[in-house]
Write a protein that binds this ligand. Sequence first.
Ligand code: GUN
Length: 291
Amino acid sequence: MTHVLDGNAVGDRIRDGLREGIDDLADAGVTPGLATVLMSDDPASETYVSMKMKACEEVGIDSIHRELDPDAPAEELFGTVEELNDDPAVNGILVQMPVPDHVDDREVLRSIDPLKDVDGFHPENVGRLVAGNPRFKPCTPHGVQKLLDAADVETEGADAVVVGRSDIVGKPMANLLIQKADGGNATTTVCHSRTGDLAAKTREADIVIAAAGVPEMIDGSMLKEGATVIDVGVNRVDADTEKGYELVGDVEFESAEEVADVITPVPGGVGPMTITMLLYNTVKAASLQHD
Ligand code: GUN
């Protein structure tokens, strides 16, 4: 029987543990605070930010929200980040990406205090991750590690293929998989749009992490019997539904499920874990700042 991993259930268990950490901080007079900054009118970004704020509320993290006009000058965003960097009630800062074209996104990531960088995207935190000494692990790949752990999938000595090389998922995922640490020690291949024969690579893999952002690009014929398949894709495709679209992953679930031993659904797989690990990093940030 294929094990379909329930990201909501795994996430809920982790959130229960976080509530205990939040109670301990409350005893020390600290309530963790997460600031979200939105400079976009993209409906998907708006939805993601409101889901993050709601999740904060549910576990007892204060949520602070700043919204900027997408046409505002870049200085307004940098001023907002500076103000949040200086605010002791704010332990974590998340600027929802992408920002408008006239704002340099690398400069935005550099402007966030690395001790409040709960996304783990600041170059200092990226460097620490690559060096094997992470402070904040990026939320999605960290969530994938927790899912693999929850399903007792052994990464040590496994052949892992990461499909996609984004700064947010693919690169940090590959870094975590090669670390000499729990959830690492995997022989890791990173595939991308210029990979010659993708199926030849994925067919060799014990673990496939699909994070390319291409709807249903990986099907059962591209997988090894008994593989673990983690689908990070969240793609909106036109569909005859109330909203006019449906969400599909990077994996064609029906055919992949026939071959895989462990697989994540979309939605309800990696998505809830990303938000859970954001809460985790925020509690960690509050602890670090009150040590
Ligand atoms: N946009 C898409 N994913 C993310 C994320 O994990 N963090 C931020 N800040 N923006 C995103």
